[in-house]
Design a protein around this ligand. Structure first.
Ligand SMILES: [Zn+2]
Length: 141
């Protein structure tokens, strides 16, 4: 049996729940290793979509995911609702994608996959993804 498994790795909800940077670090140091252990025991390979902000906060998380044989994808730079892609024109989307891609590829190497934060895109997104050389988009289920 085959199925697809993905994970979004973002810090967006931490301040909303009145938690701080220590919580983000705990997610990386405790939660992520537990999740990776479950995937290893069940022989599941996934794509982990990181926001650029999360990569900047804990680049070690990207390395840990890669060390476990999973794929890295891009979940935009900023997951805030006011930075959603459906609110941006083409040039803004291209800038946002380049920023996120540069940050992430600086740790992971070349990435190809994108998922819009928070799953919101508009008529410019496909063109912006082509301009920034992403080849897959899992923003729409
Ligand atoms: Zn997300």
């Amino acid at each position: 049996m085959y199925f697809l498994m993905t994970n979004d790795v973002e810090s967006f909800s931490i301040p909303l729940n009145r938690l701080g940077p220590d919580t983000a670090r705990e997610v990386y140091e405790v939660g992520l290793p537990r999740l990776l252990d479950v995937y290893a025991k069940t022989d599941i390979r996934c794509t982990f979509y990181f926001t650029g902000k999360m990569v900047e906060m804990v680049p070690e998380a990207v390395e840990l995911v890669l060390d476990h044989g999973h794929e890295i994808g891009c979940h935009g730079y900023d997951h805030s609702p006011d930075r959603a892609f459906d609110l941006m024109d083409l040039d803004e989307q291209i800038r946002e994608l380049k920023r996120a891609k540069d940050v992430t590829e600086g740790v992971s190497g070349r990435i190809y996959d994108f998922r819009a934060p928070p799953l919101r895109i508009n008529e410019y997104t496909i063109r912006a993804l082509e301009e920034t050389r992403f080849t897959t988009d899992s923003s729409i289920a």
